[in-house]
Design a protein around this ligand. Sequence first.
Ligand SMILES: Nc1ncnc2c1ncn2[C@@H]1O[C@H](COP(=O)(O)OP(=O)(O)OP(=O)(O)O)[C@@H](O)[C@H]1O
Ligand SMILES: [Mg+2]
Length: 177
Amino acid sequence: MAAEGVLVSKELVTRSAEETEALAERLARGLFPGVVIALDGELGAGKTCFVRGLARGLDAVDPVASPTYTLMHEYRGRLPLYHFDAWMQGREEAFLEGGGAEWLDAGGVAAVEWAERVREHLPEERISVRLAHRRDAGRTVRIEALGSDPTTARAQRLAELVRTLSSQSASADAHAE
Ligand SMILES: Nc1ncnc2c1ncn2[C@@H]1O[C@H](COP(=O)(O)OP(=O)(O)OP(=O)(O)O)[C@@H](O)[C@H]1O
Ligand SMILES: [Mg+2]
């Protein structure tokens, strides 16, 4: 049975950074204003790599660098992409509490690395992406559509987005729950 708030959960495997980026790119093609993407996974798991793919899928031209030492990077594409990194938790929380959270709802798409650290500032309705290292250098990518009310049009759209997401690589195994 799905955990509370989980609308759709999917686990995919990527074999390279390029595949992770391509997966994010496909997800981004279906994104709509106001979607928050919460990224988690240990150091080097591929969070920034995933955001690079999101930017590409949103047709943002600027390259995405790690924003670890800045509060927020904005990339202009089909929709603006706001890239946060909550690695330095205290500072990021101060930023979000001091009005920065408005960016999460500014008509663009927000991607938050180390999202667990600022979880209380994130909307319940969001996409969660958890990346984990595999022994074979690939990554397990768990993507979930989260929301408290599965009956709203937005929640259904979010769920559909995750449901239809697949790994296009022949080497990747995928299953939806
Ligand atoms: N399947 C894969 N998916 C993503 N990255 C991969 C994969 N295989 C190898 N890599 C490599 O792992 C590294 C991931 O780095 P990235 O900066 O995206 O991680 P991160 O989770 O953002 O780390 P940090 O916690 O430092 O922000 C890159 O060097 C990338 O080339
Ligand atoms: Mg990073």
